[in-house]
Every structure is written in structure tokens, then in C-alpha cells.
Design a protein around this ligand. Structure first.
Ligand code: TNX
Length: 497
């Protein structure tokens, strides 16, 4: 089968991110969507069809005569998360076995259309007119390398609203990312109202780093985020971080403190000073209430229990607390996700261990995988999108170094933890902690363009990836970001228009 071939004249404008598995020119024809589309689909695909209609309408393509077909096909060529997108001179056909894969194909189709409408105009008298949604005839056969392609967003250090989170979901959809991990609690704030523990959001949502605005999601807000995510094929994974990173909980619930006295709200950015106390009876009740509520409120199969950076604590006490939290998650019918350090505890089989610290010994992680866990890769030097791009960049932290676009791109998930097989890796997740990020624009400039790099690391085959090709393709995507009112960092090595 012909692979992606940049030399094919008809493929010169196929500059997709993430890069698809196979792209074949289907003759030299083109299909102009400007007369509008006649969308046909099975009833079961009404949701994705509605999203596609909306996304194309945003690009100026309304209803009309050009046939666009969504089809379910369970045969081998479109098994699992694979999809096939065929553009001929007469019509577009998108085929997949599952809704999630149809949504991935819709992401690709809308990116092709967005690239077409933002294409630089040919020189000439009409050069100020916007380009038309003209697609090259092409067959794309595509499937992701990893099932879990995530972004972890910290809404605890600084709060981001439902609208801001929804914009991030749109961006994730465009890059074929499918897991939004919400870091909902930390020392500086508690961001989810829980029915059994209203005091948590009541007393600990008003604080944020540096005395920032604070805020929290009501149960309705959280449901709304999950709906906006589900519509785009994205699963929300809520994180309640225990036993460390818990000053907000300790502040709201005096009984969680050995002294019985609640500490002050915390607005600094130090880590590693707060902890739940395994010896207090209130701790077990807290874990039960919190994880039962969060489990019940969550549509997806996972709940993240944190586990990072425990303060000085006896290994057995730490393991006991993590195992208690994990037990509540399992009792709530969910599977456990936890940061790397939790591999020191005995996690239920099927748990996901999220790797982030590259300079720590990995025996515990390898042993946890041996005991049935799977690995999620967020190596901080590559995937922590809160690291500064370069020294002197005015936002971000530097503890894991400086991360330019090329650093976020040039790594192989299979090479991160020695002794781990490809099939033990569930996926790749970018993370953006928000100690230094307070606004939508600040968040976006840290995400973009690096989120596109991590998305391609997670989606595309290693053999099909190279920096110079990516730099060309991401440069074209910048046109689409510009049209969408997004802001991004002009990373070097990319010809941004
Ligand atoms: C490490 S990542 C942390 C967070 C910080 C982040 C800043 C992780 C599991 N813990 O508490 O916000 O570094 O980059």
C-alpha cells in the first residue's frame, strides 16, 4: 500500500496533524464543498452528524447538493478505532465500525476543510477573497497508535470556567485527543461541589495561587463538561489528589487534621507539605464520601486518585491510604488511575499508572505493570506543557527544563520506561499545571503548538513521524488556529504564516 508521499502533487496540500497512517491520492480530481453538503447517515450516528454539520457550518459550508456519507462498516479494514475517509470528485464517504472512530474521521475531514479555506490565496486580482473549501481527491486510512490520548488540565491552582474548558475540548477534538483529565483538587483549591460534602467547595473554592479568582464546578457544570466531551468522543477523568496536595481539604474539614484545627487556605506554589492522616477515623469517611460521589457523577470508566509527591510519610501509611482510595473507586464501579508514585502501593488489576518523573527508579512501575496495571506516559521533559519554552519565557515553570516544540515532538513513548512493552502502554497524556497561568490566553499559549506535538506522538506511528515534516504540517495548522481566534507560541523551526 502506498504510504504518505509528500512528493505526490495532489498530496501537497494534505498537511494533517496528527499525521494519518495512509494517505493515497485518488486521481487528480477535486471536490468543492462550497455549494453545501447533503449529509446522509444511519440513525445511530445522529450525534456525530450534528457535530460535523456544526463544524462545517463554522467553515462556511452549509446544506446543499454535495453528497457526504457517514457509514458503519464492521469489516476488518475499519476495525476498532480505524476509519476510512474517501474524497472523490463526486462525494465524501467516511466509514468506521464505531462512533469514536467516525468522530476521529470527522476531525480529519474538518481539518482538511479548514486547511482549504485558510489556504493562502493564489496571487491575482481576487487574492483578497477567502479560499474555497475545495478538497483534493484522496483516500485516508487511519487508526491511532494508542487508545488513550490525553490532556491533563489543572483547574485547582487557577480555575478555568466551563466555557474555557469547552474551548479546550474543541482543540482536543481537532487533534484527535480523547481523554480530558481534570486535576480538580490541590493545596490551593477544591473545584468540584460534591453532594455529600458541600463544605469542600463552600470553604475551599475561593482560593487560588497568588490570591487568584478561584471558583468551582457545580454538579451541573461537571455534567455539562462531560456532555460537551462525550459529543466529541472525549472521556473525562476526574482527579481528586490524595494523600498529599490536600491543603484545600484540610482547610475545609477540621477533622482531617490531627490537631483538629484547620490550616489556613494556601495560595503559594510549594508542593509536598500537606497530607491526609491514616490514623484519623475522619480520613476513611472522607475518602469514602468523596470517591463515592465522584464515581457516581462520572460517566467515564476512570477516576484518578492522585498519589503524587506525598510528604515524608512511611511507605506503609502511604500505601494504606492509596489502597483505601483505590478501594472506594472500585466500589463505585470505576477503574483507578494514579500518578507513578502509587506504584508503591498495591493497585487493583487494570489500574492505569501515570508516569511523569523520568529521573526516578522505575522498578515499582515495572512491577505494577507485571501485576496488571497499564502505563500512561506523561514524561515531564516532553509532555508537561507548563514548562517554559525557553529561559526568560514569561510564563511557566522550569523544574523539568525548557521544552520547545521540537522537544515535545521528538520522543518515542516505547523508549521512556525500559522493560515496558508497547502493549503495556495505554497511551500518552500531555499535562498543563497552572501555577503561573491565569487566563485563557496564557493557557492557550502554553498548549499551542506543543499540544499538537504530543497529540501526534500519541496518534501516529513512530515510523511515520519526523520533525521536519511535522514542522511543515503544524505551520499550516497555525492558519487554522489564527482563523479560530487562538493564540500560540511561534516556536522556532516552523514557518508560521
Ligand atoms: C509536579 S505532576 C506536580 C504538580 C505540579 C507540577 C508543576 C505531578 C504529579 N505533581 O503538583 O503542579 O509538577 O509542573
Amino acid at each position: 500500500m502506498a504510504l504518505f508521499d509528500q512528493e505526490e502533487p495532489a498530496l501537497q496540500d494534505i498537511t494533517l496533524v496528527p499525521r494519518p497512517r495512509h494517505v493515497r491520492a485518488a486521481g487528480s480530481g477535486t471536490l468543492d464543498l462550497s455549494p453545501g453538503i447533503a449529509l446522509r447517515h444511519p440513525a445511530a450516528l445522529a450525534g456525530p452528524a450534528g457535530l460535523l454539520r456544526e463544524l462545517l457550518a463554522d467553515l462556511g459550508v452549509g446544506a446543499g447538493p454535495v453528497p457526504l456519507l457517514l457509514a458503519v462498516d464492521e469489516s476488518a479494514s475499519t476495525a476498532g478505532e480505524a476509519y476510512r475517509l474517501e474524497v472523490t470528485a463526486d462525494q465524501v464517504t467516511l466509514t468506521a465500525a464505531r462512533e469514536a472512530a467516525i468522530l476521529a474521521g470527522i476531525s480529519t475531514l474538518t481539518q482538511l476543510t479548514a486547511l482549504a479555506v485558510t489556504a493562502p490565496a493564489a496571487p491575482g486580482p481576487s487574492s483578497s477573497a477567502p479560499s474555497r473549501p475545495v478538497l483534493s481527491a484522496v483516500t485516508i486510512e487511519d487508526a491511532p497508535r494508542f487508545a488513550w490520548r490525553g490532556l491533563s488540565l489543572d483547574v485547582a491552582r487557577h480555575f478555568f470556567t466551563v466555557e474555557e474548558v469547552t474551548e479546550v475540548l474543541g482543540l482536543m477534538f481537532d487533534l484527535r485527543l480523547n481523554v480530558l483529565h481534570l486535576h480538580l483538587t490541590d493545596d490551593q483549591g477544591w473545584r468540584l461541589d460534591l453532594p455529600s460534602r458541600p463544605e469542600l467547595a463552600e470553604r475551599s473554592s475561593g482560593s487560588a495561587v497568588g490570591g487568584g479568582r478561584g471558583g468551582y464546578f457545580t454538579a451541573r457544570d461537571y455534567a455539562q463538561i462531560q456532555q460537551a466531551a462525550a459529543r466529541r468522543g472525549i472521556t473525562v477523568v476526574p482527579e481528586i489528589d490524595v494523600p498529599g496536595h490536600t491543603n484545600a481539604a484540610l482547610h475545609a474539614v477540621p477533622a482531617l487534621n490531627r490537631s483538629g484545627v484547620a490550616p489556613e487556605a494556601y495560595t503559594g506554589i510549594e508542593v509536598g507539605f500537606s497530607s491526609l492522616d491514616a490514623a484519623l477515623p475522619a480520613t476513611a469517611t472522607f475518602l469514602r464520601d468523596v470517591f463515592t460521589d465522584v464515581g457516581a457523577m462520572t460517566a467515564g470508566p476512570w477516576v484518578h486518585i492522585g498519589g503524587d509527591e506525598p510528604p515524608e510519610m512511611d511507605r506503609a501509611e502511604y500505601a494504606g491510604l492509596m489502597e483505601a482510595a483505590a478501594g472506594e473507586v472500585v466500589a463505585a464501579g470505576k477503574a483507578v488511575v494514579a500518578w507513578q508514585e502509587a506504584a508503591r502501593a498495591s493497585l487493583p488489576p487494570g489500574s492505569v499508572v501515570q508516569f511523569w518523573q523520568e529521573d526516578e527508579p522505575t522498578e515499582d512501575v515495572v512491577a505494577a505493570i507485571g501485576a496488571g496495571a497499564r502505563l500512561l506516559l506523561s514524561p515531564a521533559t516532553r509532555a508537561y506543557l507548563d514548562m517554559k519554552y525557553h529561559p526568560g519565557f514569561d510564563l511557566g515553570l522550569e523544574w523539568a527544563g525548557h521544552t520547545e516544540l521540537q522537544d515535545a515532538y521528538e520522543w518515542d513513548p516505547a523508549g521512556v520506561v525500559p522493560g515496558v512493552r508497547e502493549e503495556d502502554i495505554v497511551g500518552v497524556e500531555a499535562a498543563v499545571f497552572t501555577e503561573t497561568l491565569t487566563t485563557r490566553e496564557e493557557l492557550l499559549v502554553m498548549l499551542l503548538p506543543r499540544l499538537a506535538a504530543v497529540a501526534e506522538v500519541a496518534w501516529s506511528q513512530q515510523s511515520g513521524r519526523d520533525w521536519s515534516g511535522f514542522a511543515t504540517r503544524v505551520g499550516a495548522l497555525g492558519r487554522v488556529w489564527g482563523r479560530g481566534g487562538l493564540v500560540w507560541h511561534r516556536s522556532p523551526g516552523v514557518a508560521w504564516d
